[in-house]
Design a protein around this ligand. Sequence first.
Ligand code: SF4
Length: 486
Amino acid sequence: MITVRTACPEFISDIGDMLRLFLGDVQIVETGGAADYEHAAVEADGRIADRWTCGARSRERSQPIPAGTPVQIRRARKRQVKMALYELLRESTGMRPPWGALTGIRPTRLLYEGLDMGLTMEEARARVMREFDVSADRADLLCEIADMQRGVREPEPGSFDLYIGIPFCRTRCSYCSFSSGEIGRNGKLVAPYVEALLREIAGSAELMREAGLRVRAAYVGGGTPTAISCGDLERILAAAREEFPGAVEWTVEAGRPDTIDREKLLMLRRMEIGRISVNPQTFSDETLARVGRAHTGADTVAAYELARKLGFDDVNMDLIAALPGETPEVFSATLEKVVALDPESVTVHSLAIKRSSKLHEQLHVSGAGHTQVSAAGAAEMIAAARARLTAAGWRPYYLYRQKYMAGNLENVGYAKPGRACLYNIGNMEETASVLALGAGGISKWLFGGRDLRIERAANLKSIEEYVGRVDEMIERKRRLILPEGR
Ligand code: SF4
């Protein structure tokens, strides 16, 4: 437990993120009295100084009192409070995180901020290194991503992207924190869920027609959409394709290879699904068994080859670096297999062990004997993925970070030129409005031009509650997208 006293309690959540960046997953307690970390803010002569103290050490930063809109003032204040703390932590721990002081999930935003100010790519790169202490290597990654996103980052006005969630899996992977239903245990929920989803598809499509908006890219994710029966999935896709015509991209996460068969792949072809994901995560059978995935590496190869044979020419593969017990050598063997299979895109995740996952319990509570990969090992794997994939012709095209991620690293989507997934870019960069259907879906709507603001409407997470209250989910979207007088 770490105690904190701050002159800016409105930033306590960001202060907590910064402390965890260096100190790990610690509990942060705010106090008005003496604390481990103490922050004072002092105004004098048109400037404001933030001083952080921990024991005998202290660091101070000063800036002119910020002016501008409330949002700009808040951002400037928050950055200085965080940077002063970052410098203190960097000095006292001797650590230098690869993303410097960035704790948010979208580091590309800082590069685009510089470009929007009129800086060249090189100047914007220098700015993220100078102002946020981002390493040269990660700053290069941001520039490569911006390069891949050129021309496809922002959708045409009047369009939106569509997400349809199918929150079922056959069994649960030990690292999963997603609130999906296990079909084995909860299969009775699938039929009512499909009916509710069909209702939400029809009701939301009506809303989009009223608003005069058209779909650009659609993504069917999970759970594992292919975990439900071929007939159920076909009904959902047929309804969605009819109600939301004209999308230039349709992705279905076929996800776990043990849910993919000839019948489902043929149905996906009939539904004109252009892009699918077949996710190995790792090709090590020992690791797959350890994390509770009920398939082997050979099953992944068979599912992938079948998809190729049936005509799929845009396939993504997801990998996870730092799965328990894996060494850089095991991870490299997985990379070599992926390079040999040659999918159009590869997404490399860094393992994020959330508290609600079984793996968290196994590693930290029951001591089930799994070995957690060190931060250095995770970093080595992520670096190997970037080097190997870029050498073989893939380019990074989107990036996001999560809390609790091994080694404070990142998730990166790589694609062959021209194969970047539009939905992933629009969603991660928050440049596209997203209409999200299904339990747990969060619709995000963009309003305004330069003064962009994003509003959200969340669907209920619980499958049972979603089914019972689906009309209310449609109504929430109406209020988000077509509020009175907007
Ligand atoms: S396939 Fe994905 S959503 Fe399903 S249990 Fe595994 S990690 Fe969770």
